[in-house]
Design a binder for this molecule. Structure first.
Ligand SMILES: Cc1cc2nc3c(=O)[nH]c(=O)nc-3n(C[C@H](O)[C@H](O)[C@H](O)COP(=O)(O)OP(=O)(O)OC[C@H]3O[C@@H](n4cnc5c(N)ncnc54)[C@H](O)[C@@H]3O)c2cc1C
Length: 384
């Protein structure tokens, strides 16, 4: 979306605070809570409503690690960075527990499992299990599970301390202490500098602060031109099956994280993924389902469970992928006072709380984040 000249108040009021946060998804709300916890003042500017982006459209896995397995992450990022990413996802859940997530009715401490459906994946997932154990993580290897996920599965790696939640409930918890610090219907359409202040323009007002944190994830291209091209929009699609007889004891990932499914209560099972088989079409920021991907998800579920179930809901959400698959957290190069927290590459529920802590620490104390943006900028310079 954009904001036309006609909608812009010619004499907008100016409102000042310590930190401005753009975007009220899980990342923006966590950043705001972190600023408040440090005694600072902040405002969250949200163009639509709290959670209207990916944060209320996901599967609600609070899972250790990234979508693909640990061996793949070690290969892609090196052991130290993979280890740190995995630790951050553990810390993310610990922080959410401290925020009170366990009191939510939809929260459940539920192990997650990386299912291997092929011999090739089994080899890699087993290597991940061994590497995790060597790096001090609690990881279990299961040859045969007892629930309905195991009809064709060969083996699986279990993260025993993971959890699931209805993401709408989680956002409700995160927003509760923020009250009227969240301004909905406030699309940031321009950023200017006035002395030491950064001024964000919306249709009705100007907001000024010495620091701004953008938590706009998949929508960063329009929200923050300085980061254009760094966070790629990727559509994810899901559906809900009415499957009262199906028993799933864990939250499952399969096919290198491409597909995922779990029981969601009241006999409903949510299933998502199949994006990677239609990668060209799903490199999109349009919020709609497509028959291609929806049929692929249904076919996956039918082959996995050996029977069909009625579909009771279908939906999509737009994720923000970083260039290297690691989150982008910290100062925006060339934009003093401007910070970013996003690029979660499909894993923001499991990362945003921990990343928000690091983003706010960098914004307020100057403590550099280990997942800073300079690596992405440097990679782009090397390419050009
Ligand atoms: C189908 C699907 C399944 C997923 N499953 C999981 C899962 O099980 N576990 C997991 O960890 N992750 C999962 N994810 C990923 C997770 O949902 C995201 O990583 C996370 O929600 C990103 O949060 P965010 O706050 O960064 O972005 P968003 O929730 O997208 O929030 C960004 C906000 O910024 C606002 N905004 C944008 N531009 C402006 C502007 N100019 N002015 C003001 N506001 C603006 C938007 O309206 C939006 O509300 C899934 C995603 C999808 C789509």
């Amino acid at each position: 979306m954009t904001v036309s000249w006609w909608r812009r108040d010619p004499h907008p009021a100016i409102i000042r605070t310590d930190v401005l946060i753009v975007g009220a998804g899980v990342a923006g709300l966590c950043c705001a809570r972190e600023v408040l916890a440090r005694g600072g003042a902040c405002l969250v500017l949200e163009r639509e409503r709290v959670g209207s982006g990916a944060s209320t459209r996901n599967a609600g896995f609070l899972m250790r690690g990234a979508a693909d397995n640990y061996a793949a992450a070690v290969r892609d990022h090196g052991r130290e960075r993979a280890q740190l990413l995995w630790r951050w996802t553990e810390e993310n859940l610990a922080l959410l527990r401290a925020d009170g997530i366990e009191a939510l009715p939809s929260y459940s401490a539920r192990p997650s499992c990386l299912l291997s459906l092929s011999p090739e994946e089994e080899t890699e997932v087993r290597a991940s299990h061994e590497l995790l154990a060597r790096d001090g993580f609690d990881s279990r290897w299961v040859e045969r599970g007892s629930d309905d996920a195991w009809r064709t599965a060969r083996a699986g790696l279990v993260n025993p301390h993971d959890a699931v939640v209805n993401p709408v409930h989680l956002l409700g918890l995160l927003r509760a202490p923020l009250g009227d610090r969240i301004i909905e219907g406030a699309e940031v359409c321009a950023m200017e500098r006035e002395g030491t202040e950064i001024v964000l323009r919306t249709a009705h007002a100007r907001f000024a602060a010495p620091r701004v944190i953008f938590c706009t994830n998949a929508y960063t291209d329009t929200a923050l031109p300085a980061l254009r091209g760094y966070v790629a929009p990727r559509r994810g699609q899901m559906l809900a099956l009415l499957a009262p007889g199906l028993r799933l004891e864990m939250a499952y990932y399969a096919n290198h994280g491409s597909e995922y499914f779990r029981a969601a209560g009241d006999g409903v099972v949510v299933v998502g993924g199949c994006r990677t088989y239609h990668a060209d079409v799903e490199a999109a920021s349009e919020d709609r389902t497509t028959s291609l991907v929806q049929h692929a998800i249904e076919a996956f579920a039918t082959s996995l469970f050996g029977r069909t179930f009625p579909v009771v809901a279908r939906w999509a959400g737009i994720m923000g992928f970083s260039p290297d698959g690691l989150p982008l957290v910290g100062a925006v190069p060339g934009e003093p006072g401007v910070f970013f927290c996003g690029g979660f590459t499909g894993h923001g529920m499991s990362l945003a709380r921990r990343c928000a802590k690091a983003a706010v620490a960098e914004a307020l104390d100057g403590t550099p984040s280990p997942f800073g943006l300079s690596r992405a900028v440097a990679a782009r310079h090397r390419e050009s």
